[in-house]
Design a protein. Structure first.
Lengths: 264, 384
C-alpha cells in the first residue's frame, strides 16, 4: 500500500462501550485507510471483539461514532445499515458457515439475495471465489466435511462473495495449526495485493501480525482504550510502554518495581 | 494512463463502441461491478454478435472501479470471442485491475466438483434405506433403554451419586413451569366435554350424567394423555435440544473423558424428575377438567356445585385414579427417555438438533398412544 495516499474508509470517533456499569473501553478513535491491513491486538478481555462487533453494526456503542463514507452506522436506519453490510464482509471466529447448506449454497446466498445475476453467472462467480481461496471443486461439500482451515477459507470465500470494500476477520488463526495459519496469512496477503480490499483483522498470533499487518492498534484492558498504534516491527523495537513491549516480545509483563496484579 | 481516485469515481459507467472494418473498439469508463454486470455484459455481447468481426479491443483506461465479478465477466467475454475466432484484447489495464484479473484462475473455473450432489435414490433403495434406518433406530433405542436402566439401578444402589439439584431443577422446569398450561388446557377440555355431552344428553333428559361423563373421561383417559402430550411438547423437546446442543459443543465428550457416564449424569435426573412430576400434573389436569365441566354444569345444567361434586366423586373409583397415575408415570418415562435418547443421537450442526428434537416429540407422542392402547386392553381384563 502506498503510505502517501491515505484515504480513510472507516472513521471511528470517540467510541465507548459498556456492559451495564462495566466500561469496556472509551474514547477510542482511529481510522481505517483504504487498502491497508489493520490488525487490532490486545490481551483477552480488552474489548477487541466488542469493537469489531460495533464496527460491523452488530452492537450499538455506548457513545461515539463509526463513519463509513460519511454515514454514521451506529445510528443508521436498518436500510442504510443493510447497504453498509453489502459493502463489508465478515469472517467469524468459528467461520459461521451455515451447516445445513453446501459450500456452494453458502456463497450463493448473498449473490442470489443482493444481485440480479442469472444462475450461470452466479455459478462461475462461485467457482472463481473458490479458486481464490484454493477450494476449487469443493462446492458440494457440507461444512461438517471440511477441516478447520478449509472452513475458514470457505468462510473467506463467502465473505468475499459480493466483492466487499472492507473485510473483517475475527480471531483469524485461532485454533489452527501453524501451517494452516500461515496459509491463511498468505491468502490474506495475496487477496489484499490482488484486490486491494481493506482488511481489519483481530488476532493475537504474533507471527501473523508481523506478516500481514500494515498497521497495528493495541487495546488494553486497564487503560480501557488504545495504548499503541504503528507498524508492527517499529512497535516491537521502539515501544517504551512495558505492556506493548511485553506483548510484542512475548514476555510476561514486568513493571519496574516488580509489582504484580492478581485477579481473583 | 489516467487514474482516478475513489472520490471522483462516478457511480455511473459508460461504454462506447467504435467499429472500424472488422475491428471493434470498446471504451469503458466508470464503475464495473456486480451491480451492473448483467447489463454491461449483455450490451457488449450484443455488440460483438451484431456482425462479423476479426478483433475486439476493450480499453480499460478510464475504469475507476472493477470488482472480481466484473473482471470474470470480461474474461468470459474474451473466451466467448475466442471461440468465435475473434481476437480479443483487454488493454490499458492499470495495476489495480491487473491484480483483480490475477485472481481468476482458469483451472478453478473448469474444475469439476469433487463430489456430486446427492440425488434422490430410486423407490426400492429408499424403502431399503428407511427399513434399515428404522431397524437401526430400534436397536439404538433398545440399547439406550438398557443403558438407562443400568444407570437407574446404579443410582438406586448409590443414591449419593444422584445429582439432586438437577432433579429439583427439572422438576421445576417440567412441573412447576408447566402447571399453568396444563391447568388451562385441562379446564378447557373439561368444559368442552361437558358442553358437548350436555348437547346430546339433554335430548333424552339425562343431564344428571354429565358430571359422571366428564370426571370418568378426564380421570381415565384424557387427563393422563393430555398431560403427557403437553409434557412431550414442552419438556421432551427441551431435553433433546439441550443434550443435542451439548453433543455438538463436545460437552458430552468432555463428560466421557472426565469419567462420567453421560447417561447417568444427563439422562437420569431428567427421567426421574419427569416421572415424579407428570403424575402430579395429571392430578391437576383431572381436577381442572372437572372444574371446567362444573362451570358448564352450574351455568347451563341447573346443577348445584354440591350435586356436581357428589356425582363426580360417585363415578371415580380409587382403582381408576391409581391406574391413571401409573399410566402417567409410564408416559413420563417414555417421554423423558425418548427425549434424552434423541438428544444423544445428534452428531453435528444446528440442523441435526432440530431434526432430533422434532423426532423426540413425534416419537414420544406415538409411544404415548401405543402405551395407552396397551393399558386400555390390560386394565379391562384386570378389572374383570
Amino acid at each position: 500500500m502506498n503510505i502517501e495516499e491515505k484515504t480513510p474508509i472507516i472513521v471511528v470517533k470517540d467510541l465507548a462501550a459498556r456492559f451495564g456499569e462495566n466500561v469496556v473501553f472509551e474514547g477510542v478513535s482511529f481510522q481505517v485507510y483504504k487498502g491497508e491491513v489493520l490488525v487490532i491486538v490486545g490481551a483477552s478481555g480488552c474489548g477487541k471483539s466488542t469493537l469489531l462487533k460495533i464496527i460491523i453494526g452488530l452492537q450499538k456503542p455506548y457513545a461515539g461514532q463509526v463513519l463509513y463514507q460519511g454515514m454514521d452506522i451506529t445510528c443508521a436506519e436498518e436500510k442504510e445499515l443493510n447497504q453498509y453490510r453489502q459493502n463489508i464482509g465478515v469472517l467469524f471466529q468459528s467461520s459461521a458457515l451455515f451447516s445445513s447448506m453446501t459450500i456452494k449454497e453458502n456463497i450463493e446466498l448473498p449473490l442470489q439475495e443482493y444481485t440480479d445475476l442469472d444462475p450461470a453467472a452466479i455459478n462461475t462467480i462461485i467457482k472463481m471465489k473458490l479458486g481464490m481461496v484454493n477450494l476449487a471443486g469443493y462446492e458440494n461439500y457440507h461444512p461438517s466435511e471440511l477441516s478447520g482451515g478449509m472452513k475458514k477459507r470457505a468462510g473467506i470465500a463467502r465473505a468475499m462473495a459480493l466483492d466487499p470494500r472492507v473485510l473483517f476477520f475475527d480471531e483469524l488463526s485461532a485454533g489452527l495449526d501453524p501451517v494452516t495459519a500461515a496459509e491463511l496469512d498468505d491468502l490474506i496477503i495475496k487477496t489484499e495485493e490482488a484486490l486491494g480490499t481493506t482488511m481489519v483483522v483481530v488476532t493475537h498470533e504474533l507471527e501473523s501480525i508481523y506478516k500481514i499487518a500494515h498497521r497495528v492498534l493495541m487495546l488494553d484492558k486497564e487503560a480501557k482504550g488504545i495504548i499503541a498504534e504503528g507498524k508492527p516491527l517499529e512497535l516491537k523495537e521502539r515501544a517504551t510502554d512495558p505492556r506493548v513491549k511485553s506483548f510484542f516480545l512475548r514476555q510476561k509483563p514486568v513493571t519496574p518495581d516488580e509489582q504484580r496484579f492478581y485477579v481473583n | 494512463m489516467k487514474t482516478q481516485t475513489q472520490e471522483d469515481c462516478s457511480e455511473h459507467y459508460n461504454i462506447s463502441f467504435n467499429r472500424e472494418d472488422l475491428s471493434l473498439f470498446i471504451h469503458l469508463s466508470g464503475q464495473f461491478g456486480l451491480k451492473n454486470l448483467m447489463v454491461f455484459r449483455s450490451d457488449i455481447n450484443r455488440e460483438i454478435s451484431k456482425q462479423k468481426l476479426q478483433s475486439v479491443t476493450i480499453d480499460f483506461s478510464e475504469v475507476c472501479y472493477l470488482d472480481s465479478a466484473a473482471a470474470l465477466a470480461f474474461v468470459q467475454i474474451e473466451k466467448e470471442a475466442a471461440s468465435q475466432n475473434i481476437q480479443c484484447w483487454l488493454t490499458n489495464l492499470n495495476d489495480e485491475s491487473k491484480g483483480i484479473f490475477s485472481v481468476i484462475h482458469a483451472d478453478a473455473l473448469n474444475q469439476q466438483p469433487f463430489k456430486s450432489l446427492q440425488y434422490q435414490d430410486d423407490f426400492i433403495r429408499q424403502v431399503g434405506q428407511s427399513s434399515l434406518h428404522i431397524a437401526r433406530d430400534f436397536v439404538n433405542f433398545v440399547t439406550f433403554i438398557g443403558e438407562l436402566l443400568v444407570a437407574l439401578l446404579y443410582t438406586i444402589r448409590h443414591p449419593k451419586t444422584l445429582r439432586g439439584k438437577d432433579v429439583l431443577f427439572y422438576i421445576h422446569r417440567a412441573g412447576v413451569e408447566g402447571l399453568p398450561i396444563v391447568a388451562l388446557i385441562g379446564a378447557l377440555i373439561g368444559l368442552i366435554i361437558a358442553f358437548m355431552s350436555f348437547l346430546q344428553l339433554k335430548q333424552v333428559g339425562a343431564n344428571i350424567y354429565v358430571p359422571a361423563l366428564v370426571s370418568f373421561a378426564m380421570v381415565r383417559e384424557l387427563g393422563p394423555i393430555m398431560t403427557a402430550i403437553l409434557v412431550a411438547g414442552r419438556s421432551g423437546s427441551a431435553f433433546a435440544a439441550e443434550i443435542g446442543t451439548m453433543v455438538v459443543n463436545e460437552e458430552v465428550d468432555a463428560l466421557h473423558t472426565m469419567g462420567f457416564d453421560p447417561i447417568r449424569f444427563l439422562a437420569v435426573p431428567k427421567v426421574l424428575a419427569t416421572i415424579i412430576v407428570v403424575p402430579i400434573l395429571t392430578i391437576y389436569a383431572d381436577l381442572f377438567g372437572i372444574i371446567g365441566g362444573m362451570v358448564i354444569g352450574v351455568t347451563s345444567l341447573d346443577l348445584t356445585i354440591k350435586t356436581y361434586i357428589t356425582q363426580s366423586i360417585k363415578t371415580i373409583q380409587v382403582f381408576d385414579i391409581v391406574t391413571s397415575l401409573i399410566k402417567a408415570a409410564v408416559f413420563a418415562a417414555l417421554i423423558a427417555s425418548i427425549g434424552c435418547q434423541r438428544g444423544f443421537q445428534v452428531r453435528s450442526g444446528a440442523q441435526d438438533v432440530g431434526k432430533f428434537t422434532t423426532s423426540a416429540v413425534v416419537a414420544a407422542i406415538f409411544m404415548i398412544v401405543v402405551a395407552d392402547s396397551i393399558f386400555a386392553v390390560m386394565l379391562y381384563y384386570i378389572k374383570q
